[in-house]
Design a protein around this ligand. Sequence first.
Ligand code: C5P
Length: 224
Amino acid sequence: MKMNKIFVACDSTNINKIKKIIKQTQNSEIKVGYKFGLEFLNSKKGRNFVSKLKNKITFGDYKFSDIPNTCISAINAIKDLRFNYITIHINCGLTALKAAKKVSGNMKLVGVTVLTSLDNKALKEIGFGKNVKELVLQQAKLATKAKLDAIVCSAQEIEIVKKVFKKEIITPGIRLSSKTNDQKRVLTPNQAYKNGSDWLVIGRPITKGNIKKNTKKLIDHLNK
Ligand code: C5P
């Protein structure tokens, strides 16, 4: 049977909390990977911890967004960490995406589309002339052109992305309840898989409060 795949977002600067998240989310019913983002990777002990992590599927959520030369240098600078996946903002443009892809080696390069914390109003505020769906479609086309390995988008846009991008789709903004925190474009785990997500990214719904209980609640939801 195909296993549900989930990246747990390890968003903390506390090593003991991260160790606890990793330990308490181990289970035989879902395939779990670990996503480390700006908070942990920029913390004093974060990089060292990741460098020593063995036999785990790892995701370095760096969200690179810079000129081609800097993206290349930054990717070269983290190669020793041997992440399975790393992220780059598609908004940094086709040239930077292609350049990054050339040096990313065995690390899958994941293109980030419009952040799940943004809605149409926020895009207008920034100055975009397209709405979320139009912009995500355009970004997915760029990801295909740059031969990226995967895309991060909201589970609400999977259908659009799939029209032009045929590889892995990773979706944050996953919620089991109406508590959305700062996320704007959310869906439940079952809805996200139904739409065709390959990997879900889940942070606070698992890591805030009782991690074991939250993991069990998630598995119960998936088994419905
Ligand atoms: O706690 P929550 O489930 O909202 O965590 C979502 C995680 O996914 C965070 O680590 C966040 O940085 C990341 N992410 C996101 N939206 C994107 C890309 C990444 O929420 N578009």
